[in-house]
Write a protein that binds this ligand. Structure first.
Ligand code: B12
Length: 318
């Protein structure tokens, strides 16, 4: 699979792969549709067959060629959609499926390739996280729920995804820097961090000093970090009913710091904020958001206006 990009980089092979998107073809079909000479087509097919990018099937006396796997189909399809501002929804679905399948296998190389398709299509960070990684994790959840995969595979897919996010941030870096600090974490019993990590990455991208505490943070330690670093914003995530009690306890402890004179915004997200909305309705949260996109478009601009930033250094743009 790592060879697909290489093959797509060569014009004749790209033409052949693009033709195979619509289904299996024999050499004569491909000569007609690409305009390439027959020996050329045969040579390219032999090479791509050897590299397991296309497969051959004999039907009677004829040999038909097809793209070797759904993952390769997704990459070829997306590569053919490049040049547009965004990836078409059909290709997006294929990318998501290819990503989920690779993550469950722990195939980081294949996941990186899917992410690279998204980068090359110039998808924004929010779009990659929201339209590719989030639905891919939903697929992982469905397959776990149906018993198709086990808990080890679910863990593997989660860890691969966190590594892909780390890689993404290394590739794109922050667009600017300022002096605002945010602390993010989950209360005790909270182990779902991918959503929160997306928010952390986005804030890092927007120039915030981002202190990401991660999963299952003891309430007293969380409070002590807020006391020490005096952030402008504290963000929590709660995606499992097991963690609601401790999350409410943490919110109350953080609010008590504000009564003691510290000033910061408290926000929260994660599926429990919606599925158990009533449990949070009296808590002193300043806002809740159901997605990274909602946070990025509705809440962050307002928060940044409330607490104007002082730039500390310029950073190269993406
Ligand atoms: C991956 C996963 C895990 C991984 C988590 C690994 C990790 N590093 O995060 C592991 C394997 C550890 C895990 C464990 C468990 N899990 Co689990 N898990 C999932 C799964 C498959 C995907 C979650 C995910 O990462 N989604 C992708 C992210 C990006 O989506 P998201 O979390 O919704 O985040 C988005 C928004 O909610 C929002 N957001 C999230 N946080 C925040 C925070 C802020 C501040 C803001 C603004 C926005 C925001 O922005 C994000 C992007 O748009 C879901 C199934 C599903 N369909 O969601 C179950 C699921 C969440 N898990 C579930 C359960 C029950 C468990 C376990 C109890 C299972 C068990 N029996 O052992 C344990 C323990 C959990 C605990 N106590 O916290 C249930 C929760 C049901 C419930 N409401 O209680 C789910 C829904 C599965 C199910 N259908 O039953 N799980």
């Amino acid at each position: 699979m790592s060879n697909v990009y290489h093959e797509l980089g060569e014009t004749s092979r790209r033409l052949i792969l693009a033709e195979l998107r619509s289904g299996p073809k024999n050499v004569t079909d491909l000569v007609t549709s690409t305009g390439l000479k027959q020996p050329n087509v045969s040579n390219h097919l032999a090479r791509m067959r050897q590299r397991q990018i296309v497969r051959a099937e004999k039907v009677g006396r004829e040999v038909f060629y097809a793209l070797a796997s759904p993952e390769i189909e997704a990459i070829v399809h997306s590569a053919c959609c490049q040049g547009k501002a965004a990836v078409c929804s059909e290709a997006l679905e294929e990318l998501t499926r290819a990503y989920a399948a690779a993550a469950i296998e722990g195939d980081e190389q294949a996941c990186s390739e899917v992410m690279d398709v998204a980068f090359r299509a110039r998808m924004a960070l929010v779009d990659i996280y929201q339209e590719v990684l989030t639905p891919a994790m939903a697929i992982v959840g469905e397959r776990y729920k149906s018993g198709e995969i086990n808990a080890a595979q679910e863990h593997l897919a989660s860890n691969v995804t966190e590594r892909m996010m780390f890689r993404t941030m290394q590739l794109i870096g922050p667009t600017r820097r300022h002096d605002k600090t945010v602390i993010l974490g989950c209360a005790p019993n909270g182990w779902h961090v991918i959503g929160l990590r997306m928010i952390a990455d986005y804030l890092r991208f927007c120039g915030w000093k981002t202190l990401y505490l991660g999963a299952n943070v003891p309430v007293a330690c969380f409070v002590s970090a807020v006391h020490q670093y005096r952030p402008e914003m504290v963000l929590l995530s709660c995606s499992c009913s097991d963690a609601i009690g401790e999350t409410l306890h943490l919110i109350a402890a953080l609010d008590a710091l504000r009564t003691d004179g510290l000033s910061f915004v408290i926000g929260a997200g994660g599926r429990c904020l919606e599925s158990h909305r009533e449990r949070f309705q009296d808590s002193p949260l300043d806002f809740t958001a159901s997605s990274l996109r909602e946070f990025a478009t509705c809440h962050l601009p307002r928060i940044e206006q409330l607490t104007p930033a002082t730039p500390v250094a310029s950073a190269p743009s993406r």
